[in-house]
Design a protein around this ligand. Structure first.
Ligand code: URA
Length: 209
């Protein structure tokens, strides 16, 4: 089973409370989403492999560490995932950014892929799929299905708030995918919103309330 981690650093908990507050406006909401994404990127990158390289300081030759792992691709699930990209790029500036768009078919209630644009050689890369909310898990599973179909093998899923229902759905469908969240909330309501949650993350990020 992939790693499941709640990254509940005090700074993250404090910032998440700001996001949950319904009085937080779009500009501040967007900034804080990026601040949390930056902190999550720090934790998610903790296991990245290193190699030794020889360099010269102004004084001596020395062997030091350099990142050696697969090249990273940040993959926002449209639309709300876009809100986390800049924060993650702050810490991993050499990352590529791929995009996956999903909508829910009103008849079948199944997520449908409508857009995907990824860098080449996905099998050679580490993918960080980002979406602020892991609610039912439907779009996360469908997005990861689409990425695996194109060759991705090394995938982590990074979100701000997860519902237990969504975690189970994603773990059952993709047990190899590590899940990193700032909070594991209580449950979904009958409309699929996370409780207590923070409302519709896309609407709050883009001011489409
Ligand atoms: N998507 C959101 O943006 N919020 C939720 O609570 C659930 C899904």
């Amino acid at each position: 089973m992939g790693n499941f981690q709640v990254i509940d650093h005090p700074l993250i908990q404090h910032k998440l409370t700001i996001l949950r507050d319904k009085n937080t406006g779009t500009k501040y909401f967007r900034e804080v989403v990026n601040e949390i994404a930056r902190l999550l990127a720090y934790e998610v990158s903790r296991e990245m492999p290193l190699r030794d390289i020889e360099i010269e300081t102004p004084i001596v030759k020395t062997v030091q560490k350099q990142l050696a792992g697969k090249k990273v691709v940040i993959v926002p699930i449209l639309r709300a995932g876009l809100g986390m990209v800049d924060g993650m790029l702050d810490l991993i500036p050499a990352a590529k950014v791929g995009h996956v768009g999903m909508y829910r078919d009103h008849d079948t209630m199944e997520p449908v892929e409508y857009f995907i644009k990824m860098p080449s050689d996905l099998s050679e890369r580490e993918l960080l799929v980002v979406d602020p909310m892991l609610a039912t898990g439907g779009s996360a599973v469908a997005a990861i299905d689409a990425l695996k179909k194109r060759g991705a093998t090394n995938i982590k899923f990074v979100c701000l708030v997860a519902a237990p229902e969504g975690v189970k759905v994603l773990q059952d469908a993709h047990p190899d995918v590590g899940i990193y969240t700032a909070s594991l909330d209580e449950k979904l309501d009958e409309k699929g919103y996370i409780l207590p949650g923070l409302g519709d993350a896309g609407d709050r990020l883009f001011g489409t309330l």
